[in-house]
Design a protein around this ligand. Structure first.
Ligand SMILES: NC(=O)c1ccc[n+]([C@@H]2O[C@H](COP(=O)([O-])OP(=O)(O)OC[C@H]3O[C@@H](n4cnc5c(N)ncnc54)[C@H](OP(=O)(O)O)[C@@H]3O)[C@@H](O)[C@H]2O)c1
Length: 272
């Protein structure tokens, strides 16, 4: 799998990560299948797992399952803070550490910019103390991009997470470039538009030009479009299906696509 560098540290991470919204908000009857999801994710080269206290049981499920895997210390654990107030934020982040069963979390992000100034102060202090390794901010809507841009230019952060897909390309206008020119790593959420891209292509065969360029399935088409943008650090598709984990991993392998081909792919999807 391709890797990208986190600008603030020089550390390398695999370009395909994994989200947990809905897919990991499950009770323990789903544990055998989700354990297989984590095993396949690691086996195919994935490392970054993204969760949030907003995702119901997801942080607990990640902790319960990963802590019993021999590869537990090889994952990159990311979660978020999503609450108003300094003390409330601290309490929520302490809970996340306990639920994810980690003494150090790799990344905590301010979810949807909720009370972000207050939480960034705490996150900087925690980073100083070695409780977390990186700090970030997130959103999932196009109309948040101007706010994300302002924060990138005014605050020192390691990661920004936002929405970007072959169908929704607003981040290409400015945000991706602003991240790379300011040394901020990018995490891409909703790469399949919450799965809606698969519905859009359900009655369409993968076009021959995509097959000719090494794309084996629609998942690779959607993900390769994203990772071929050099400002993308890691994409976090969510799945509860071990077979989909394997498909998604192909989206992070060579070859990286040139801009001409990417334009053709976007045009194809726009015309459906
Ligand atoms: N504000 C924020 O911070 C924010 C907002 C939105 C999302 N996020 C993060 O970004 C992650 C990804 O976004 P998302 O969960 O909204 O949507 P997504 O990753 O765009 O789509 C997930 C959907 O795609 C399906 N899927 C995955 N791989 C597939 C494959 N190979 N073939 C067919 N279907 C496939 C999944 O179903 P199966 O389970 O059946 O595979 C699931 O229904 C979230 O889980 C979360 O961690 C963060």
């Amino acid at each position: 799998m391709l890797s990208r560098t986190i600008p603030s540290s020089g550390e390398s991470i695999p370009v395909i990560g994994m989200g947990t919204w809905q897919t990991f908000d499950k009770d323990n009857t789903s544990y055998p299948q989700l354990k297989e999801v984590l095993n396949q994710f690691h086996a195919t080269g994935g490392r970054l797992i993204d969760s949030s206290p907003m995702y119901g049981k997801a942080e607990t499920v990640v902790g319960d399952l990963s802590s019993h895997l021999p590869q537990r210390d090889e994952f990159f654990y990311a979660t978020k803070v999503w609450i108003q107030g300094k003390q409330e934020g601290i309490q929520q982040m302490e809970n996340s550490m306990r639920k994810m069963q980690r003494t150090v979390l790799d990344l905590i992000q301010v979810h949807n910019l909720v009370d972000y100034k207050i939480h960034l102060d705490t996150l900087r202090a925690w980073k100083e103390q070695g409780r977390i390794r990186y700090i970030g901010i997130t959103h999932y809507k196009d109309d948040s991009h101007p706010d994300l841009e302002k924060i990138i230019l005014s605050e020192k952060i390691d990661f920004v997470q936002f929405n970007y897909s072959v169908l929704n390309r607003n981040a290409e206008k400015r945000l991706l470039d602003i991240c790379s020119s300011n040394g901020v790593a990018t995490l891409i959420n909703r790469p399949f538009g919450e799965g809606k891209l698969f519905s859009l292509v359900a009655s369409h065969k993968l076009p021959q030009f995509a097959i000719d360029h090494g794309m084996q399935n629609w998942s690779a088409f959607f993900l390769r479009y994203i990772v071929s943008n050099p400002s993308v650090t890691c994409v976090i598709p969510a799945t509860g299906n071990p077979d989909h984990v394997i498909e998604n991993a192909y989206g992070g392998t060579e070859p990286v696509l040139d801009n001409g081909l990417r334009k053709k792919m976007a045009g194809y999807i726009d015309n459906l």
